[in-house]
Ligand binder design. Structure first.
Ligand SMILES: Nc1ncnc2c1ncn2[C@@H]1O[C@H](COP(=O)(O)OP(=O)(O)OP(=O)(O)O)[C@@H](O)[C@H]1O
Ligand SMILES: [Mg+2]
Length: 396
């Protein structure tokens, strides 16, 4: 058996070994270890393309020290290795210590690296990275070496792709399992909330009657008041939760949005006055009607106006603007409140996220869902300290 045949056999068993696992890390480690063995090299490393960041990320190395491992990700565009990716052809550098285009020649010197061969990792459709092989002494890689390495690289690329597909499938399965669990939990808790409604109503009615019967100076009068307030809070929480867990499809009618807004502003009027908030209405008389569920849109406006007022601790102006823009009717609710920090911004629309004491954190997620069921959009823009604007866009 000649030397090439021997190496081909070695390659065959290496290929089998690499693809005998679907664990991505394990595949990557095996590729670099076997590349070193096959080429009797000092170091082998795998750099994979991170498409989102536009970098080449060291994914595994064999034979390298910590200094080499600590090298940062390389920009795909500017690195010498990028030639391998763009041309799809191997790169052969006889001595990296002498090569001016090789940027980390000091690390190469420390590691005792000399000749580099870099081979593209090619799958059926694309190049996913490179396999680098370094020797410790000058070596002239001949055509057979390059062919062998190219075969190893293509086997490796397939094994990496399979392992990635396997990982993605596992992640998808896990996500599905989680969301099924959440859905089951949702149904269960919606059922529970529904069941709690009746006893809560009974208790509320009885406490109301008790309150009526008690003399105003009774020792229990204040306690009963507190019980009533807390019961009202529980009812609200349950109603909000049910609204969230079992949304009703909208009942569409021609609605004049400015009239819905007027009705909602009447509701918040007393609260606005107590808080020293001035409400400015800014809309034209002749606005087109939209197809909408008036009750649901009123709920959206109420949530947004309450949020705006709750953000204005020291009073101020609350401006409501309604206008036609690009085939939609825009309603903007602008406050002069605390604004929203970037951390809060990221979580605003998550159900049950609230920074307010006593807040259920459902207001915005319910509102967003209602607006989306109207084929509309709800957008919030804010600068901490400079107030917040929430814009509801409904199609005309
Ligand atoms: N106009 C606003 N200005 C500043 N922060 C806001 C504004 N609107 C919403 N937020 C922030 O978003 C969070 C979530 O709002 P959301 O309406 O969903 O819940 P909540 O108001 O806390 O409770 P509730 O369910 O009773 O409405 C609030 O706790 C608040 O931190
Ligand atoms: Mg709210």
């Amino acid at each position: 058996m000649n030397a090439l045949q021997e190496r081909l056999e070695a390659l065959f068993s290496i290929g089998t070994e690499i693809s005998s696992t679907l664990q991505l890390d394990e595949v990557l480690n095996r590729v670099t270890a076997q590349a070193c063995r096959l080429m009797e090299a000092r170091v082998a490393s795998l750099l994979l393309i991170d498409a989102e960041r536009g970098t080449l990320r060291p994914a595994a190395t064999h034979g390298a020290s910590d200094a080499y491992l600590a090298l940062p990700d390389r920009e795909v565009d500017s690195s010498l290795i990028s030639q391998v990716i763009t041309s799809g052809r191997p790169l052969h550098i006889p001595d990296v210590r002498q090569e001016t285009r090789y940027r980390v020649s000091d690390v190469a010197r420390q590691e005792g690296l000399c000749t580099l061969v870099s081979i593209p990792l090619r799958t059926k459709t694309t190049i996913i990275g490179v396999l680098n092989v370094y020797t410790g002494e000058p070596r002239c890689f001949d055509d057979d070496d390059l062919r062998l390495l190219t075969l190893l690289a293509s086997q490796s690329a397939i094994a990496i792709e399979n392992a990635r597909l396997h990982r993605d499938e596992m992640e998808t399965r896990e996500r599905l399992r989680q969301s099924e669990k959440l859905a089951a939990l949702g149904t269960l808790s919606a059922g529970l909330a529904h069941e709690l409604r009746n006893p809560l109503n009974t208790v509320s009615l009885l406490t109301y009657a008790m309150g009526q019967d008690l003399a105003a100076d009774s020792a229990f009068a204040a306690d009963v008041k507190i019980v009533q307030t807390e019961l009202a809070r529980m009812s609200l929480l349950i109603e909000q939760f049910l609204e969230f867990a079992r949304p009703r499809p909208p009942h569409f009618q021609r609605e004049r949005i400015e009239e819905v807004m007027e009705e909602t502003l009447l509701l918040i009027g007393p609260e606005a006055r107590t808080r020293g908030i001035r409400v400015v209405k800014d809309w034209a008389r002749q606005l087109p009607a939209v197809w909408a569920d008036g009750t649901q849109i009123k709920q959206v406006f109420l949530n947004l106006l309450l949020n705006a007022m709750q953000a204005m601790d020291h009073g101020g102006t609350l401006t409501v603007r309604i206008a036609v823009s690009g085939g939609s009717l825009l309603t903007a609710i602008m406050d002069e409140g605390t604004g929203v920090s970037p951390e809060v911004r990221a979580k605003l629309f998550e159900p049950f996220f609230s920074t307010r004491q006593g807040g259920t954190g459902l207001g915005l997620s319910i509102s967003q869902r209602i607006v989306e069921s109207h084929n509309g959009r709800l957008r919030l823009s804010s600068q901490p300290g400079a107030g917040t604007a929430v814009i509801v866009r409904l199609p005309l």
